[in-house]
Design a protein around this ligand. Structure first.
Ligand SMILES: Cc1cc2nc3c(=O)[nH]c(=O)nc-3n(C[C@H](O)[C@H](O)[C@H](O)COP(=O)(O)OP(=O)(O)OC[C@H]3O[C@@H](n4cnc5c(N)ncnc54)[C@H](O)[C@@H]3O)c2cc1C
Length: 465
């Protein structure tokens, strides 16, 4: 069987690896080609080691609670290379009204689960706290899908949205919560409301039943990464692909159907003939590639919006940072009108990210709520990040290391109605035998979701699904 995979990010790599596994298990012949436009594999995953710092320009970890990435690491035999977060510093700060407020202990994304820390918190006003408590008595909502913003405003009030949900969600999805679909991004909360009505009570009960355990068990923290950075995942997978399977610096510009087979064209020289094609590139790219195969499908794919963002990594001498950095990082509500919307204290969160006596901080700028800032030069982004870290953490010294990485149209935005659109996309794609779509645009944006999406595409190719 000839299989062509378009896109060598984690989705395409997971698809390729699963195809190799399945071919081996079934003793079937597989001629695999993975085509990647850039000169390197990994897509948004990129790690740089320099002067004792380990800089992740894109993702710095994956979620262990969603089992697919961790399970892949086990099968690759690299689980021993994983490192967990240093949970002594699990705290997250919210930078608001000129100071850092710790997110109250037990606050789970949208709602408090521990009374004491919530009541004592300086992050919320008393009217804000009372409004959140109204969740205990508010009736259920009636809509099928609504925005995350509308949901939080309705159940917990404006402060909960503006001071916690919006900045935390921006940190994950770089998105505007008033556009983001609750069902597509956090189905757990709509399910909790449907089942138990009050979100606070439901989370509190869930915590009592299973305090702080995930499906991955206690061995791993919620987020895990590799000792030498996320690129280890990329190189581990790549090393298990057949020699010659990967074509770099080859941009696919069209996919055609001819007879019962597929032709993949581009700057590849002769077209690649294939029995199966997995498109693991962004959905707007899939839209362009499939415009003549199925225009209706192409239109739907082109309708999934993407946001752009950039990361600014700054290394400092520890002595130059007055703040104790006793947390994983800080988030910044949009109401503060700042450039930086989140900052990870990378060398606190994970070991080995900065040399002895130094720290590494990583700021996020842009995102759906502030894309205009990305029109500025790198030096402007750097200047803005430095100035704001100065205010938030008291740093005035020059950094010893600085890096800016841009991610243009890299983060799919799951707007209200996304789940319905994806179902229609999947129905259309299922009517095209031999064609599979995979990636973060459809059913989960994180690395664990992308691994699942890629692996499931490979399983459909082998009829294993
Ligand atoms: C700044 C940032 C931080 C993030 N942090 C985290 C995190 O900490 N944890 C987490 O779980 N997730 C994180 N994410 C999300 C996660 O990185 C992505 O969802 C995931 O890496 C996407 O993988 P992918 O393979 O689907 O897409 P991509 O990584 O975008 O890969 C797609 C690949 O397809 C290639 N391609 C595109 N068009 C063509 C073409 N025509 N021909 C050939 N090749 C083509 C591209 O060059 C690219 O290599 C983050 C995302 C960003 C942007």
């Amino acid at each position: 069987m000839k299989l062509v995979i378009v896109g060598g990010g984690i989705t395409g790599l997971a698809a390729a690896h699963r195809a190799v596994e399945l071919a081996r298990e079934r003793s079937s012949e597989l001629e695999l080609t993975l085509v990647e436009a850039r000169d390197r594999l990994g897509g948004t995953i990129a790690t740089e080691r320099t002067a004792g710092f380990l800089v992740e320009s894109g993702p710095d970890s994956f979620l262990s609670e969603k089992p697919w990435a961790l399970a892949l690491c086990r099968r690759l035999g690299v689980e021993h290379r994983l490192v967990r977060t240093d949970d002594r510093f699990r705290k997250v700060f919210v930078w608001r009204a000129g100071r850092l407020h710790a997110l109250p202990d037990g606050f789970q994304l949208l709602a408090p689960t521990k009374l004491g820390p919530f009541v004592r918190s300086s992050l919320f006003s008393w009217p804000g706290k009372l409004r959140m408590a109204l969740d205990l008595v508010k009736p259920r909502g009636t809509r099928d899908d609504e925005s995350l913003g509308a949901f939080v405003r309705r159940r917990l009030g404006r402060e909960a949205l503006e001071r916690v949900a919006q900045p935390l969600v921006a940190g994950i999805y770089t998105a505007d919560p008033d556009d983001l679909s609750l069902t597509a991004t956090m189905p757990r909360f709509s399910e909790l409301e449907r089942r138990e009505r009050s979100i606070i009570l439901a989370l509190w009960r869930a915590n009592r039943r299973a305090p702080q355990t995930g499906t991955s068990g206690a061995r791993w923290s919620l987020f895990v990464t590799f000792q030498n950075g996320m690129e280890e995942m990329v190189t581990s997978i790549a090393s298990r692909l057949p020699p010659g399977a990967v074509l770099l610096k080859q941009r696919v510009d069209g996919i055609e159907r001819s007879g019962g087979r597929w032709r993949v064209t581009g700057g590849l020289g002769p077209a690649l003939e294939a029995d199966h094609v997995i498109v693991a590139a962004e959905s707007y790219t899939a839209s362009r590639l499939l415009r003549y195969v199925d225009p209706a499908l192409a239109t739907l794919l082109g309708e999934i919006p993407y946001a752009s963002s950039a990361t600014v990594s700054l290394g400092y001498r520890r002595a130059d940072v007055p703040h104790p950095l006793d947390g994983f990082g800080m988030v910044v509500p949009q109401t503060e009108r700042r450039s930086v919307f989140a900052c990870t204290f990378s060398s606190v969160k994970y070991p080995g990210r900065a040399p002895e006596g130094h720290v590494l901080l990583r700021c996020f700028v842009g995102g759906a709520l502030n894309e205009g800032i990305l029109e500025g030069e790198d030096s402007a982004l750097l200047g803005a990040a430095r100035a704001e870290l100065g205010e938030a953490l008291g740093i005035t010294a020059e950094p010893v290391l600085s890096r800016v990485a841009r991610f243009t149209k890299a983060m799919p935005q799951y707007h209200v109605g996304h789940a319905g659109r994806v179902e229609t996309i999947e129905r259309c794609a299922a009517a095209l035998p031999g064609l599979q779509l995979a990636g973060g645009a459809y059913r989960g944006v994180g690395i664990a979701d992308c691994v699942r999406s890629g692996e499931e595409a490979a399983e459909r190719v082998f009829g294993a699904r």
